[in-house]
Design a binder for this molecule. Structure first.
Ligand code: 26Q
Length: 829
């Protein structure tokens, strides 16, 4: 419901108005006009005297000048979609891990050079102010970054689309390493304002919570709050098309309670506004292990309801017929976090638009589709039924009604059994009755997709096996991708320049043409330049590490990089144990010609994940010992770079020689870091997990270092019993590393006991099981490194074979198979 409805104009007046309404002339793009305009923005929009302006002011003025150039085309895009009556894609995600926008927007508008010289004229360094832009870190990791890459590709492919999410006041926490331990500090990306966004104070929706449902099935919430929209333009490649990222902020309807003010109770006067606004205050910092707090469920319902109300309002304004919704709108759920959408859309269609159940159900299922990002049982979202019912009583009724239908459908199957009914049910009856969001999302969607081939097939065999029998044909795979604009052109302009020179400008429009550069792997001159670009990127990262951490690293050493969230299944522990073993071997034989390596780690642990935080401490303790041991002559260094985020990744990824993608097989749904590294010319050491398998298919076994148990072997071992103790005893180097653990905490001998226990007693993540294969593969990596020409050939063959992993390809597949929308862009197929 809109609180401040805009006066409706009859369509005839609207058209007449748009014909006669004066339009501002589009902004010029020559450096002179741009620099004049930056000074204008500084003076008139920001109120700063150009002679006294600070770097932050120049940044804001530059963004405002660029934003004007975006707005022209943004409005054209929105108008064109409207006039063409195009079907719109709505991407609902609780996370958008965007990073900085300036470099990306300049690059996509092809305005980097004119802005650079405009700023030069003003004595301002673009690179310097670019680095001042705070990261928009509204996400935890892979899932949030995928949403950001998708927004960029949707715009680049000219698909009319909206991203919907939450405008958190505080994004993912800032990590500091104090005495080797992770400490979390609040992040404050909005402290200097946000020049990219447009607050839409007139676009507000009411969101209800609690209360009761009348006999006539009308929900009477006990509490109502407002959702206020805030829009950021998403710039497509070459500026051909722009979309909107619409993020919601919570506000109290009546922010100040006057009664309380009159009583002199000022704290009480703002109690309501605090209670409302807390909903959008902070991102939940846990990935993969859901924290089942009420506030999280409130966040999920808040943004889902606001988004669906907005979608329905837009549809009704243009078409005035709710029954055509499925022809004009398609809603993608990014994991189960917005899965309440299924019940909310049913409620809006039935209770607010008077559709009958069957009709509402048809529309809901046609509109909605769901992407699953994890199979980890502890990560599957479910809510205590009591909490769900107390917060969303009407949705509880709808969930029960959907469940009745699902159970009735399942009962008709020849293979129906008590187990089958329990597995398809939206209600988990085992753990004190819970609502299962995955089952709800599946039942209410026409498409359920996984994010890599392996993940999709495991999904089909495990969590959704019975739902797939019941509703066959809905499960499909959409292997993830990354945007080459940010992860190649933006992060590695030197490499992009070389590739353009080799195969021409088309590589900018179609990453799959990269493969035409394959023959250059045979060209010694090309190889030399490719290697030189890598070295320059390594020097830059080396300088960063030296400045930030006071650690000097040799740019001619192999940069062996393991960066991602810290999680036991991602096995940073396997890496650091092998590092300890290597260190022991080096000390035992210091005269051997060891390959010099820098082991680089970065990543955040969920604040409540004790074992992950202990692994961070271990890496730092090991670094402390190794980096200060003169006997190994600096041939091995270990760096844990604090506060991993998108901007740090943009420095690390282009500088990596070796990419660590070593998850326990079957546990990493896809991975997308793996794609970024390979695209930037790193060799991968990895397990047959997630998208690694598909990378292997494209780069070939000669150009990728694969080791370890496969997913079915992990599964078998877990079933038949795995004896980590025997494996530790049987491997001298693993035994050595395992026994050495205590020596890295001379101040506290018991510190690493939890890690020793986990390894020794069950080794759920198969670290002991994969250790020897991993260590041996690292020695094979050394052997290739000793043949630099071979190494460079392999890294080139990685880069040129990675085009398929462009998120443009992924989005084309979603558009064709799930959303049924055309791809309008001039980007080549
Ligand atoms: C849920 C409920 C309550 C609190 C937090 C959460 C929560 C938050 C984030 C649960 C999961 C996540 C994030 C999951 C994630 O990032 N998954 C990754 O998704 C990538 C994109 O598909 C894959 O490449 C990775 O393999 C997968 O781990």
């Amino acid at each position: 419901m809109r609180i401040f409805p805009e006066p409706e104009l009859p369509p005839s007046i609207k058209t007449a108005k748009s014909r006669t309404m004066p339009r501002p002339s589009p902004r010029a793009t020559d450096p002179e006009s741009i620099s004049a305009e930056i000074v204008e923005k500084l003076t008139y929009a920001l109120g700063k005297d150009p002679t006294a302006a600070k770097s932050h002011d120049w940044l804001a003025a530059t963004i405002l000048a660029l934003r004007d150039r975006i707005v022209d085309r943004w409005m054209d895009s929105v108008r064109a979609a409207h006039d063409a009556e195009a079907k719109r894609v709505y991407y609902l995600s609780l996370e958008f891990l965007i990073g900085r926008l300036l470099r990306d927007a300049l690059g996509n508008l092809e305005l980097t050079a004119p802005f650079q010289s405009a700023l030069d004229k003003l004595g301002v360094d673009l690179n310097l102010i670019e680095a001042l832009e705070p990261d928009a870190a509204l996400g935890n990791g892979g899932l949030g970054r995928l949403a950001a890459c998708f927004m960029e590709s949707l715009a680049s492919l000219g698909i009319p689309a909206y991203g919907y999410g939450i405008r958190y006041n505080h994004g993912l926490f800032r990590q500091e390493i104090v005495d080797g331990w992770q400490r979390e500090f609040p992040e404050n990306w909005l402290e200097n304002g946000n020049p990219w966004e447009f607050q839409r104070r007139e676009t507000a929706c009411e969101i209800g919570f609690g209360g009761s449902v009348t006999e006539e099935r009308q929900w009477q919430p006990a509490e109502k709050i407002l959702a206020i929209a805030c829009d950021t333009p998403m710039v497509g490649w070459r500026g051909n098309h722009m979309n909107t990222l619409r993020l919601w902020t919570a506000r109290a309807i009546d922010p100040i309670e006057l009664d309380a003010v009159n009583r002199g109770d000022f704290a009480g006067a703002f109690g309501g506004s605090n209670r409302a606004e807390i909903i959008t205050r902070v991102l939940y910092p846990s990935d993969a292990t859901p924290e089942g707090q009420e506030l999280r469920l409130r966040q999920e319902y808040f943004f889902t309801s606001a988004s669906l109300q907005d979608i329905l309002r837009r549809h009704m304004q243009q078409y005035r017929n709710i029954r055509t919704l499925a022809d004009k709108a398609t809603v993608q759920l990014n994991d189960t976090h917005p899965a309440i959408a299924v019940a909310e859309l049913m409620r809006l269609l039935m209770d607010e638009n008077d559709l009958a159940w069957e009709e509402a159900w048809d529309i809901t299922r046609t509109v909605t589709s769901y992407t699953n990002h994890t199979l980890l049982p502890e990560a599957l979202e479910s809510w205590p039924l009591q909490l769900f019912e107390r917060l969303l009583p009407r949705h509880m009724q709808i969930v029960f009604a959907i469940n009745e239908k699902v159970i009735a459908d399942a009962g008709k199957l020849p293979e129906a059994s008590a187990e089958l009914l329990a597995s398809v049910s939206l209600i988990d009856e085992h753990n004190g009755r819970r609502v299962r969001m995955g089952q709800l999302a599946f039942a209410g969607s026409h498409s359920i997709n996984g994010v890599s081939a392996l993940h999709t097939s495991l999904m089909q065999e495990s969590i959704f096996k019975d739902l797939n029998t019941l509703y066959p044909g809905r499960i499909n795979n959409k292997t993830n991708g990354i945007t080459p604009r940010r992860w190649l052109l933006g992060a590695n302009p030197g490499l992009m320049a070389l590739l353009r020179e080799a195969i021409g400008e088309k590589v900018l429009d179609n990453a799959e043409t990269l493969r035409e550069a394959a023959p250059f792997a045979k060209d010694a001159g090309f190889r030399g330049r490719f290697a030189e670009i890598k070295r320059r990127n390594k020097v830059r990262l080396g300088n960063f590490v030296s400045e930030r951490m006071g650690l000097s690293v040799d740019p001619d050493a192999m940069f062996d990089v393991h960066v991602k969230r810290i999680h036991e299944y991602k096995r940073q522990l396997l890496n650091i144990l092998e590092t300890i073993a290597l260190y022991d071997a080096m000390r035992a034989d210091p005269g051997r010609s060891w390959v010099p390596r820098v082991k680089i780690f970065a990543g955040k642990a969920a604040a409540s994940y004790a074992q992950a935080k202990l692994i961070i401490k271990l890496i730092n303790d090991v670094a402390q010992t190794i980096n200060n041991d003169a006997s190994i002559r600096g041939l091995l260094k270990v760096a844990f770079i604090p506060n991993y985020n998108v901007s740090l990744a943009e420095i690390i990824v282009p500088a990596a020689d070796l990419s660590e993608q070593i998850s326990t097989a079957g546990m990493e749904a896809s991975g997308t870091g793996n794609m970024k590294f390979a695209l930037n010319g790193a060799l991968t050491i990895g397990t047959l997990d997630g998208a690694n398998i598909e990378i292997l298919e494209r780069v070939g076994a000669d150009n990728m270092m694969i080791f370890g148990l496969k997913a079915d072997e992990v599964e078998q071992r877990r079933r038949n019993g795995h004896d980590p103790r025997a494996m530790i005893e049987a491997s001298a180097s693993l035994k050595g590393a395992f026994d050495a653990l205590a020596s890295f905490s001379p101040d506290d001998h018991g510190r690493y006991q939890p890690i020793r226990d986990a390894l020794f007693h069950h080794d759920w993540f198969m670290v002991a099981a994969d250790f020897d294969a991993y260590a041996q593969t690292q020695r094979n990596v050394d052997a290739i490194w000793r043949r630099p020409e071979d190494w460079t050939v392999k890294t080139i063959l990685n880069t040129v074979n990675m085009g398929w992993f462009s998120s443009d390809r992924t989005i084309r597949e979603y558009a064709r198979d799930i959303w049924k929308v055309p791809v309008a862009s001039s980007l080549l197929p």
